[in-house]
Design a protein around this ligand. Structure first.
Ligand SMILES: CC(=O)SCCNC(=O)CCNC(=O)[C@H](O)C(C)(C)COP(=O)(O)OP(=O)(O)OC[C@H]1O[C@@H](n2cnc3c(N)ncnc32)[C@H](O)[C@@H]1OP(=O)(O)O
Ligand SMILES: CC(C)C(=O)C(=O)O
Length: 510
């Protein structure tokens, strides 16, 4: 039997998805869920890339136990020092050093030749190994690199102290059979590779990240680098839920491979990542899409009623879908909500619980059929909200086919200064956003996307609103869940602005 390690890079490569910017609280919440799912390694960030990445890695390293915490570093002393500083309080720290090895990357990007890259890689791994014996080395763009060069380089970095060798398909170029052969050759021709761990990190540019990962594991790789919902640079990374469920569901095929994760935590984690990143999961997405366990056509429904396995290869409960048997509604009391929180893995103090209970009752009285996802969205909103610098006090919107859409809004700014604005717009939402901008008085705010989706079906569905604002150089994702879509849009816009203000005020204090 061979234990496969699941290395999650949602917080590092996942956060490299265009337009995604997670707050520290959101990153910590995701890390907590990853730890409940029992991933083996959490790549918490790339500390040198920004002070907020540094702080997030540090925070996660302090708080998340029983999991290896990795931090990324280029092959230079400054990056490695910074990664190590951020990892100081980690129970099981890992420094992840990388350098590109393909002719294209070496020639054009690094402007280095093979000897220089080899020397730099060895020097960097030796340096990182002074801090910890848990050093991972990645040969960026390995799948487009010369094999002979990789054998030599890997041997040297293993000698220098690397404990994990990672083979990334950085640009998602590999084809499964070919990638399997590639891994096999690396295993056969690299001296001492059997004494350490071999990893793969596959991107999805041609839609083959999961397939490439699985074939590599079958050929002897020990670790799969994945991200929740398959998010990541460009078309994303191999999806955690796909790799994991493939290994579990096709145990007959992957007979000698063992994974130790709790798959029932998948759906909650997927929802959280989707909510915080604003990257909505496509309905037909494998494992976590809302259609993944739904049957629409009669012949399929008939089959499933007679015998579930006719059309289902996995149980919905195995990923945490419908596992909660308590029906929450407007007649539910504190005990039921507490039970829901506990069984969903949330721990809250009494004060937060009371706030949540009031919000829950309010929601339940507006919405007849509460679904567990509605309640989870409400909990996430309450638990991981940012400081409310701008607070909504009053909102009135008039619109109609013969009326100019107009929004009147009152917002508490900072401690207690109440400001008022009234604006008209192309539609009610446009009018609301203009009125908020008038009060916020921030220059260079650009709305780059606005999305509203029903969390559940029906006209009383919760509107899950996601707003992305570009302010200066950064993108801020605001999120809100309400039954009233004008209110949801206002709160999502304010949420994005509050994230911006939190960052701005933190920077001013420093
Ligand atoms: C495949 C991957 O996912 S790699 C991780 C990608 N993630 C990121 O890039 C995170 C966000 N990045 C950033 O914030 C910035 O790029 C920073 C802070 C990391 C670096 O910023 P800058 O110092 O301004 O450099 P910039 O990004 O413009 O260029 C990268 C430099 O690193 C060099 N470099 C790239 N990879 C490596 C490496 N693995 N080891 C050593 N040097 C490297 C490049 O050659 C270039 O060097 P040059 O300035 O001498 O030409
Ligand atoms: C840093 C490495 C592992 C990476 O993200 C890639 O090559 O895609």
């Amino acid at each position: 039997m061979r234990k496969i390690k699941i290395f999650d890079t949602t917080l590092r490569d996942g956060e490299q998805s265009p337009g995604v910017s997670l707050t520290m609280e959101e990153k910590l919440a995701i890390a907590e869920q990853l730890s409940l799912l029992k991933v083996d390694v959490i790549e918490a960030g790339f500390p040198i890339s920004s002070s907020s990445d540094f702080e997030s890695v540090k925070n996660i390293a302090q708080k998340i136990r029983d999991v290896e915490i990795a931090a990324l570093a280029r092959a230079n002393y400054k990056d490695i020092d910074c990664a190590w500083e951020a990892l100081q309080e980690a129970e099981q720290p890992r420094i992840h050093v990388f350098i590109a090895t393909s002719p294209i990357h070496m020639k054009y990007k690094l402007q280095m030749n093979e000897d220089q890259v080899l020397e730099r890689a060895v020097e960097a791994v030796k340096y990182a190994a002074k801090y910890t014996n848990n050093v991972e080395f990645s040969a960026e763009d390995a799948s487009r690199s010369e094999l002979e060069f990789l054998y030599k380089l890997f041997e040297k970095v293993i000698e220098a102290g690397a404990w994990v060798i990672n083979v990334p398909d950085t640009v998602g170029y590999a084809i499964p059979q070919e990638f399997g052969e590639f891994i096999k050759k690396i295993k056969e021709n690299t001296r001492n590779l059997d004494k350490i761990e071999l990893s793969v990190h596959c991107h999805n540019d041609l839609g083959m990240a999961t397939a490439n990962t699985l074939v590599a594991l079958k050929e002897g790789a020990d670790q799969a680098e994945v991200a929740v919902n398959g998010i990541g640079e460009r078309a994303g990374n191999a999806a955690l839920e796909e790799v994991l469920m493939a290994l579990v569901t096709r145990k007959d095929y992957f007979e000698d491979l063992v994974v130790t994760q709790d798959t029932t935590k998948i759906l909650k984690l997927s929802n959280m990542v989707s909510q915080f990143t604003g990257m909505v999961v496509q309905p037909n997405k494998a494992i976590v899409g809302k259609n993944a366990f739904a049957h629409e056509s009669g012949i399929h429904q008939d089959g499933v009623i007679k015998e579930r396995t006719t059309y289902e290869i996995m149980k919905a409960e195995s990923i945490g879908l419908n596992s909660n048997k308590l029906i929450l509604g407007k007649h539910s009391g504190r005990h039921a909500l507490k039970e829901f929180l506990t069984s969903s893995g949330y721990t809250v103090n009494e004060e937060t619980f009371e706030k949540l209970f009031i919000k829950f009752k309010d929601l339940a009285s507006k919405k007849k059929n509460l679904n567990p996802l509605d309640v989870e969205a409400l909990i996430n909103d309450e638990l991981y909200k940012t400081e409310d610098y701008f607070k909504l006090k009053y909102l009135s919107v008039t619109t109609g086919n013969t009326t100019l859409p107009t929004a009147t809004i009152k917002i508490a700014r900072g401690e207690d200064l109440i400001e008022k604005a009234a604006c008209s717009g192309d539609g009610p939402i446009d009018a609301i956003f203009k009125a908020i901008n008038e009060i916020a008085e921030e220059e260079n705010i650009t709305l780059i996307s606005y999305k509203i989706e029903g969390v559940t079906e029906g006209t009383d569905a919760l509107g899950e609103t996601t707003v992305k604002l570009k302010i200066g150089e950064d993108v801020y994702v605001g999120h809100s869940v309400e039954t009233d879509i004008t209110q949801a849009s206002t709160l999502a816009y304010l949420n994005a602005l509050n994230k911006y203000m939190t960052k701005k005020l933190q920077t001013t204090k420093k």
